[in-house]
Design a protein around this ligand. Structure first.
Ligand SMILES: [Fe+2]
Length: 585
């Protein structure tokens, strides 16, 4: 009887927490191998033949040593050794490639035999502690020429340009993935945009550092990409006060990056930093991880995770992780949204929210005659960056929770409207949730019903969720045991008319000792599994994924092209012979 009871309790524990996986740690084990267009054949189910394009994902290739006390590890996922992985779909088949980013930290890691215990974290970081013992020698000599900005967060495409760009949160980070004629990723290089309209200060980042270019852009239906950056006038020995801070908003089309507006946020005074009470917290710009757009407006959030110029001043000249050295959580400062009017970008509405929140990812934005709506993933503080995404936290199942909320803004008063704002779920806290996405092609900037996200994201028990933001009902896809899906991506099916006519793609690591990964194709209607593709390559937890459609190159479309040429040739033949006949007669 006791045995039955124990088994019953074990089953409850597994179903409730989903983390009785003895091999869980393996999903963080590093990979040292690149893959080139490997055909994947271990497929359960079928790949839709209409699916044609590239599913790209950022992999953390290495977190270093994950056993023992983690002394030889990279302690934060934002600073992992990074790879780009790419699933190429065509005509019911799939190939996989992955390649290390040719960045400074990757070269240092390789130089030390791909062993973090030897290399230490010996490069500039955004969150991870830096070992400075060999920092100066390695960075300034041997590895000076490699990519400094590690493009390890997200992927963009700009306008009609065909190249996929890998990005981080730096104005100058976009890095083009160079591909061969058969779409093999063969290298990467900085994209040098042609900048138009930017002030001269942008040419001198030593005087005006440009920080916080959000990793998440928005794209209009005509392909125009929108982004923003924070520009900060740097102090010097003779000028510590009246230092200007500005939010610049710009569009990118093809290779042209064009300033739309430069909004002066205010001035800051370092002479007031001796006491926090005297420092002007309101003047500290809020961190933002995304920009959003509606049909008539551009929205730039200001979270309560602030560029703390006093902290930044205190840390100047020291080797400290970027975020920890320059940003701080200030719960006494409410978050806000900067709303720019597209017709006249000089017109700005600064809408204050009645709370201090940390936002990571946008879901959607749209407006009607009276209101503007911004739906976001929200947190009670900045721990998602500071604690949740630490390797140690992921291994030890730290508890955390997110909310999916709507921010409604009255377009007459340009004030927050509490009556139309609030959580889009039945309970405000929905547990570990991240990476929301929608049917972007059809419903960005429009009213919508469904969002897809990862529940228990980056943690044990990861699964895919579909939330109906109208009824607040959620359904899930629970993967096979030991499979850990990451960011879901919606792809509209051919001829689909409903918002959820399509599939959801998601990939992630498998916890088996051999270190492999998978990609799942789900029916977006009910999250039922259409295909499960096993990948012999490892793909430890990383950040973002994107899907880029490609024109079909299938046998049927090629056959159609051949028929078109034959038919056209026949028509030309007829026209010529008839003309000749008329001439002879
Ligand atoms: Fe992100």
């Amino acid at each position: 009887m006791d045995v039955v009871l124990n088994l019953f309790l074990l089953l409850i524990a597994i179903s409730a927490f989903g983390f009785a996986d003895p091999n869980y740690k393996n999903i963080f084990r590093q990979t040292t191998k690149e893959a080139q267009n490997e055909v994947l054949t271990d497929i359960t189910g079928h790949i839709p033949r209409w699916l044609s394009g590239d599913f790209v994902r950022q992999n953390c290739a290495s977190y270093g040593e994950i056993d023992g006390n983690l002394s030889g590890s990279i302690p934060h996922m934002f600073d992992c050794i990074s790879m780009v992985g790419r699933y190429k779909f065509d005509n019911g088949k799939v190939e996989y490639s992955n390649k290390f980013f040719d960045s400074r930290n990757t070269r240092i890691w390789k130089h030390y035999g791909m062993n973090i215990s030897r290399s230490k974290v010996n490069w500039p970081t955004v969150m991870a502690d830096i070992d400075t013992s060999a920092f100066i020698k390695d960075i300034r000599t041997t590895f000076n020429e490699t990519l400094f900005f590690i493009p390890s967060i997200n992927f963009w495409k700009t306008g009609s340009h065909e190249q996929i760009l890998a990005v981080t949160e730096s104005f100058n980070s976009p890095t083009a993935l160079k591909t061969s004629p058969d779409l093999e990723i063969v290298g990467m290089q900085f994209r040098r945009f042609k900048d138009e309209g930017f002030p001269p200060s942008f040419r001198n980042p030593l005087q005006h550092p440009i920080v916080n270019t959000p990793a998440h852009e928005q794209t209009d239906s005509d392909g125009t990409v929108w982004s923003s950056s924070l520009e900060i006038e740097k102090f010097n020995s003779t000028k510590l006060d009246d230092l200007e801070m500005a939010m610049v908003v710009y569009s990118i089309k093809g290779n042209n990056r064009t300033l739309a507006t430069r909004y002066v946020l205010g001035k800051y005074n370092l002479s007031r930093c001796s006491s926090l009470e005297q420092a002007d917290l309101d003047a500290m710009p809020g961190y933002n991880h995304f920009i959003q757009t509606t049909s008539k407006h551009i929205l730039v959030p200001q979270t309560s995770y602030r560029f703390d110029y006093c902290l930044d001043y205190k840390n100047r000249g020291k080797i400290v992780p970027f975020f920890r050295g320059s940003y701080a959580w200030h719960p006494s400062v409410n978050s806000s949204i900067l709303v720019f009017e597209r017709e006249d970008m000089a017109k700005v509405h600064h809408v204050y929210l009645p709370y201090a929140k940390f936002f990571t990812h946008d879901i959607n934005a749209y407006e009607d005659d009276t209101h503007m709506y911004l739906d976001v993933l929200s947190y009670k503080n900045s721990d998602l960056y500071l604690e949740v995404t630490k390797l140690k936290s992921m291994l030890n199942d730290l508890q955390w929770s997110a909310s999916i909320i709507r921010i409604a803004i009255d377009k007459q008063s340009w004030l927050y409207d509490a009556t139309k704002s609030g959580p889009l779920t039945e309970t405000e806290q929905i547990g570990k949730a991240e990476f929301p996405t929608i049917n972007y092609g059809r419903h960005h900037q429009r009213n919508y019903t469904f969002t897809y996200y990862t529940a228990n994201a980056l943690y044990r028990g990861a699964k895919i969720a579909k939330l109906n933001v109208v009824t607040k009902q959620t359904i899930f896809w629970t993967p096979p045991f030991g499979y850990y899906p990451q960011e879901p991506i919606f792809v509209q099916s051919e001829g689909g008319s409903d918002e959820d006519d399509g599939i959801v793609l998601c990939s992630g690591p498998i916890s088996n000792p051999s270190g492999t990964s998978f990609l799942a194709i789900l029916n977006a209607k009910d999250l039922s599994q259409i295909a499960l593709i096993k990948n012999p390559n490892a793909a430890p937890f990383g950040l973002h994924n994107r899907f880029y459609s490609r024109k079909k190159t299938s046998a049927s479309s090629r056959a159609l092209s051949v028929l078109s040429v034959i038919f056209l040739s026949f028509c030309i033949y007829l026209a010529l012979t008839q003309t000749l006949l008329c001439y002879l007669l």
